[in-house]
Design a protein around this ligand. Structure first.
Ligand code: ME8
Length: 634
């Protein structure tokens, strides 16, 4: 196994502000990078922004800015977001960086010399939004882009072409060389089918706009700029110094690309062909994740359904958010973002299973042993230790296979065993029976499994795991990981430190639905609703025609209210402590008429009577003067 690891995120287009989908890509990379470092690997993590092309040029023009000024601004937003999210990247590359531009020109020059690039005439359709060329057979009806559905434009230009067709066999051979090069496998199979169906040469320059990298001087053709995907893909190489000082090129042979499924073809087909043309080693792994959706639709600014990751992290905490993103959706599949699922994870997995386990340990260790616990052999917990060891050794393969949700699911079994062992062992009874040595043994067992758990969870929740480590008096570092995880060691004694509870339970959603990303802070605090929502409530005036007490209830009255519907409505109202039934007959009340029927003390109720409550008690809300029964209240 190599002692190096190189992980790259996609580089993000600067035509859009960062959303939860971008955050997901980058967080997955951060988790891989942190895990590799903790295992002692020499690690390099690259992220950045993709700044050239017609799409960016148009976006800048729409804002009346130069493309560079516009790119500076949005690229800065991405960088600030990653810094705020404590993303441990080694380089944030911009495709406008001079060393990158040189590298792209160098690649063009090599391919041209080699005969893999030739000049020709392109005639076909182009989607600016996806920066993709399409053949007629690929287009949707009316010439729309098959990826995003937007209209394409007809291009007829003199272009340079890359001989993609010459690489078909070599690509197929590479896919067949290792089943795990492209994950998930279902997507790998799609790529194989695509390449098997034949590859056309790819147009790799444009002449109708300016915002891109010029051809190398040696090509002597100044009106062309290099196609944005050749430019963008090259970032993975140029970032390591391929075009200049090569000090980080040692990472190249250990590359993992993390991308979204929408850009798999560019990576698994074009990029592999470009690298083969450049005679460079191919990546070890291309891992394509699914999309985050909102109510089933892909998130996008134009749909107004984007989730702002900063708001989610501010409301719920950055690390619970990271845990949720990785735990809730299998890598490679789409996931729908919802606060309920996030809250359930926080309350059940984090507060209950993990937080509570640490609290129980610290609480008992303090009460019974002044926080110092010691047990030399742990003879009583043989079965449990075996179960923990088995889980620990099953985890690495899951991580390596990018099954991060399964990794967390299995890891959590460690904490569940911890809680169950405490409950079954009843340490409080053992203390009463003067068996404190057995209780110390239990607590040492629990402290050990928490230490192992923290080492394994640290790439996902680094700060929370530092807190656990502080409480246990262990370190989260490569030597400790080696001893407790790889070598399966168990610690004999702990000197613990009391810390604050790790996680607070969340009782109700903290962000306004449906536009968590867009609702203003004020709206979130004051719970405002729109007129549309209010208009859904049907309020009516009606006279009480019958009223009696509900048996065995001091509070409830059973009313029949005439809402002008022919038959009176039966309504159970909680006003029995304030009104005698007889006094209500013939008087008018205000009613919510379209409430879902409910049962109160076993009696069906088909509406709700409005009342006002203050320190003087409760009074019915009534019309100022008599109105026709059934009149609407607006
Ligand atoms: O494609 N759910 O940039 P990009 C999950 N510049 N991930 C999402 C997502 C969503 N709803 N939306 C976007 C580009 N992403 C090119 C890449 S790489 C050499 C060039 C993620 O800003 C997904 O990983 O349009 C997507 O591939 C990436 O953001 C970049 O999107």
């Amino acid at each position: 196994m190599s002692d190096r690891f190189y992980v790259t995120s996609p580089i993000y287009y600067v035509n859009d502000i960062p959303h939860i989908g971008h955050a997901y890509s980058t967080i997955v990379c951060d988790v891989l990078a942190r895990n590799a470092r903790l295992k002692g690997l020499d690690t390099y993590f690259l992220t950045g922004t993709d700044e050239h092309g017609q799409k960016i040029e148009q976006a800048a023009r729409a804002k009346n800015e130069t493309p560079k000024a516009y790119a500076d601004k949005i690229s800065g937003e991405f960088r600030r977001l990653w810094d705020r999210f404590e993303i441990t990247y080694n380089r944030f590359i911009r495709t406008t960086d001079p060393d990158h531009e040189l590298g792209v020109q160098k690649a063009f020059e090599i391919m041209l010399k080699k005969g893999d690039i030739y000049k020709g005439e392109f005639e076909g359709r182009y989607c600016v939004s996806c920066e993709t060329f399409w053949s007629d057979s690929q287009l949707l009806e009316g010439g729309a882009c098959p990826d995003c559905g937007k209209p394409t434009t007809l291009l007829k230009e003199e272009n340079y072409f890359f001989r993609m067709s010459a690489y078909q066999d070599r690509l197929l051979k590479w896919y067949a060389s290792d089943e795990n090069l492209i994950l998930p496998k279902s997507r790998r199979n799609e790529v194989v089918r695509f390449v098997e169906s034949g590859l056309e040469d790819l147009s790799i320059t444009r002449t109708t706009f300016e915002w891109g990298i010029k051809l190398p001087k040696s090509a002597n053709d100044p009106k062309h700029v290099i196609y944005v995907w050749l430019d963008a893909l090259m970032n993975y190489l140029t970032a390591l110094g391929w075009s200049g000082d090569e000090k980080n090129m040692r990472f190249w042979s250990e590359t993992t690309h993390v991308i979204g499924k929408d850009i798999l073809r560019f990576h698994a087909v074009y990029w592999i062909a470009f690298l083969t043309s450049l005679d460079l080693p191919l990546p070890k792994r291309i891992a394509a994740h699914g999309w985050w959706t909102r109510d089933g639709a892909k998130m996008s600014k134009s749909k107004g359904n984007v989730i702002n990751p900063i708001e989610v992290a501010d409301a719920y905490g950055l690390e619970p958010f990271r845990y949720f993103l990785l735990r809730d959706v299998p890598f490679g599949q789409d996931g729908d973002f919802g606060q309920k699922a996030l809250i359930d994870r926080i309350n059940s997995d984090l507060a209950n299973d993990l937080g509570n386990l640490l609290n129980r340990l610290l609480g008992m260790a303090e009460k019974y042993f002044a926080l110092n616990i010691k047990a030399v052999n742990l003879p009583r917990f043989g079965e449990e230790k075996k179960a923990i060891d088995a889980i620990v050794s099953s985890l690495d393969p899951l991580f390596e296979a990018m099954q991060l949700h399964r990794y967390l699911e299995e890891l959590w079994k460690i904490f569940v065993i911890g809680n169950k062992t405490i409950t079954d062992f009843k340490p409080w009874e053992k203390m009463k029976a003067n068996q404190s040595d057995q209780v110390a043994e239990l607590l040492v067992f629990v402290a050990n499994l928490l230490a192992k758990g923290a080492l394994l969870l640290a790439p996902i929740m680094p700060k929370k795991c530092d807190e656990i480590a502080l409480a246990l008096g262990v370190a989260i570092d490569a030597p400790t990981r080696k001893s407790l995880i790889e070598q399966g060691g168990w610690i004999a004694s702990f000197s613990l430190t009391k810390i604050e509870p790790l996680f607070a339970r969340v009782e109700a959603p903290l962000l306004n639905e449906p536009n968590a990303g867009e609702a203003s802070a004020n709206e979130e605090k004051s719970n405002l609703i729109g007129i549309d929502e209010f208009a859904k409530v049907e309020l009516k005036v009606g006279a009480v025609v019958e009223a009696k007490k509900v048996e065995k209830s001091a509070k409830l009255l059973l009313l029949q209210v005439n809402l002008g519907e022919g038959k009176p409505r039966q309504i159970v109202a909680g006003i029995g402590e304030f009104y005698e039934p007889e006094a209500l007959i013939g008087t008018q009340v205000c009613v919510v008429a379209n409430l879902k029927p409910a049962k109160l003390m076993g009696i069906d109720s088909y509406g709700m009577v409005l009342a006002i409550k203050d320190q003087n008690g409760l009074r019915l809300a009534r019309p100022e003067s008599a109105a026709l029964d059934g009149s609407p209240i607006k």
